[in-house]
Design a protein around this ligand. Structure first.
Ligand code: GAP
Length: 540
């Protein structure tokens, strides 16, 4: 089964619309595509920028207590040692011995030890092969699966197996026959500088072999030789804010509480890339670190939880499809004293869109320990709670709303996608009911007949007027008027203006509203003003 054939039907339709209408393309498609990366086409780039600009306005430019930065993607490798990303953040990687799927053990579907584990493949031929494979695997003494009865097959599903010593199964086929867990670090590595790290690795290995080192020891030697020039692509934007905390605070003399925000690319060598742009190896984040006084983290966590809910809902996402999920005690990182996930109901179910975490003083302390620099904040006017004296020096605590921008684009697309049926139940039109502020084009200007030079000229003048007013407008003369409406419905253009013979006679144009297809006649000289007013009200 191809990746997209495993998706719910609605997702398949959205992926297809994204390609057809220029929102998202598979990366390097003409070379067979790169599974873990995507390119944003002309419509997608506008939608993503509109979403990210909305975030920036809401989180930074409309507030006095949050400022922005843009830190580099490649940072000093010690940043990642101090933050714990090198060394600690290793994911347990497992291979399914039946279907060969590679996945993260900690994200796999859970089962009780001893529970029956039906194994389902995508087609009969593979189900038959799986049955033979299972027969062999059951004979192996160190297998992680066991028999739960006679082995049988019913169509695509093999029955008669159970989990023996693992409490999870393969997320693809449900098999309990799994390889041993191996640790895997999800950060992308590269080398900085003109020297070839391979030469140092070869030298180190030659020496190791001459000294009779074991394979494990040779690996350590190779790693050490590589590490001299190793750098990492950032797996989150957050560390840029922590390591620049002091520069930002001192250069602006800004008082705690305040936040530092940034948006940009992050990279994770994800074991499972899934659901189109939902989980990819290269993606964009929108994160803000809010530095506050010790003891006030829980209060700010509540505050930011509310703010983030307002933002997502303000973009028009359906309220019933958004929910907050508080992390249980067992889910919380050891340094965190509270965390919520904002979840959206994607076509495959509720899944994470954003995490809002109270991270205490963990990150600044980690960077103080790693860099041996003091990252305290001093408030000369506050009383020190311990001594009662004027002047309070402390390591700020942090509350972090961390949202996915590319994941946000998918949520917005899923939420906006709608199909209208006619009286017989046949598909009448597909419409993207995007919030007008997110729509790639705000208005399309359509001459009714492309061959009529006067109409074309008038429509071009109107288009120029919109562009001069800073409104993303599209002059469009190709195909019949019905096809043009259908196309703009599919890319979410909220308003279409049709220039026809009456426009030349009485200076009026038809404005068509995307959501209910109603049409009104308006004076052409007031078209920009009317569209601006409708955009402001979000009237589609
Ligand atoms: N600084 C905290 C942090 O990075 P996270 O939960 O790992 O937290 C924050 O990431 C958000 O980034 C997630 O809620 C998700 O929206 C997005 N994200 C994380 N990994 C992603 C991936 N592989 N592809 C797309 N978006 C991802």
């Amino acid at each position: 089964m191809t990746e997209s054939a495993r998706e719910p039907e609605l997702m398949q339709k959205i992926v297809s619309l994204c390609k057809r209408r220029g929102f998202v393309f598979q990366s390097s498609e003409i070379y067979g595509g790169l599974k873990s990366a995507y390119d944003y086409g002309p419509m997608g780039v506008e939608l993503k920028r509109n979403l990210m600009n909305e975030w920036w306005t809401f989180m930074v430019t409309s507030r006095e207590d949050v400022v922005g930065i843009e830190s580099s993607i490649i940072m000093h490798p010690d940043v990642w040692r101090a933050s714990g990303h090198v060394g600690n953040f290793n994911d347990p990687l497992v291979d399914c011995l039946v279907c060969q799927e590679r996945f993260r053990a900690d994200k796999a579907p859970q089962v009780e030890i001893g529970a029956a584990t039906p194994i389902t493949l995508g087609d009969k031929a593979r189900a038959k092969l799986a049955q033979d494979k299972v027969k062999t695997l059951l004979e192996a003494s160190d297998s992680s699966g066991q028999a739960s009865g006679a082995l049988s097959r019913d169509g695509l599903t093999v029955h008669g197996t159970a989990a023996k010593d693992r409490n999870y199964v393969c997320p693809n086929c449900g098999s309990p026959f799994l390889s041993k867990e191996r640790n895997f670090n999800g950060m992308f590595r590269s080398s900085l500088g003109p020297t070839d790290p391979m030469a140092s690795v070869i030298e180190a290995l030659k020496q190791g072999v001459a000294e009779g080192k074991s394979d494990e020891e040779l690996r350590v030697l190779a790693d050490q030789a590589m590490n001299k020039s190793t750098v990492y692509l950032r797996p989150e934007t957050a560390q840029g804010m922590f390591v620049q905390f002091q520069n930002v605070q001192q250069s602006l003399s800004i008082k705690v509480p305040f936040g530092i925000a940034q948006m940009g690319k992050s990279f994770r060598n994800e074991i499972t890339v899934e659901h189109f742009i939902f989980r990819s190896c290269e993606f964009e984040q929108m994160e803000m670190e809010f530095f506050c006084e010790p003891g006030t983290g829980p209060k700010w966590l509540d505050y930011w939880k509310e703010q983030r809910q307002l933002w997502w809902e303000g973009l028009g996402l359906k309220k019933e499809k958004l929910r907050f999920r508080a992390h249980g005690e067992d889910e919380l990182a050891h340094y965190s004293d509270g965390c919520f996930d904002v979840e959206y109901e994607f076509p495959w179910g509720f899944d994470e869109l954003e995490g809002i975490a109270s991270r205490t003083d963990y990150d600044l302390n980690a960077h103080m320990a790693g860099s041996k620099k003091k990252l305290h904040y001093f408030d000369p006017e506050a009383d020190d709670p311990e001594t009662g004296k004027k002047g309070y020096r402390f390591v700020p605590h942090v509350v972090e709303p961390a949202a996915g921008a590319t994941r946000g684009v998918l949520a917005v697309l899923c939420d906006a996608y709608d199909e209208e049926l006619d009286a017989e139940g046949n598909l009448n039109r597909v419409v993207l009911r995007l919030h007008p502020r997110l729509a790639p084009y705000k208005v399309a200007i359509l001459p009714l007949v492309k061959k009529d030079e006067q109409l074309v000229e008038r429509a071009r003048v109107v288009t120029e007027q919109f562009l001069a007013a800073g409104i993303a407008a599209k002059y469009d003369e190709q195909h019949t008027i019905g096809k043009r409406y259908a196309k703009h419905d599919e890319i979410g253009t909220p308003y279409c203006l049709t220039v026809d013979a009456d426009t030349l006679l009485d200076g009026s144009v038809t404005i068509r509203f995307r959501d209910d297809k109603r049409q009104e006649r308006i004076p052409v000289e007031r078209a920009v003003e009317i569209v601006v007013a409708a955009l402001r009200k979000g009237r589609v």
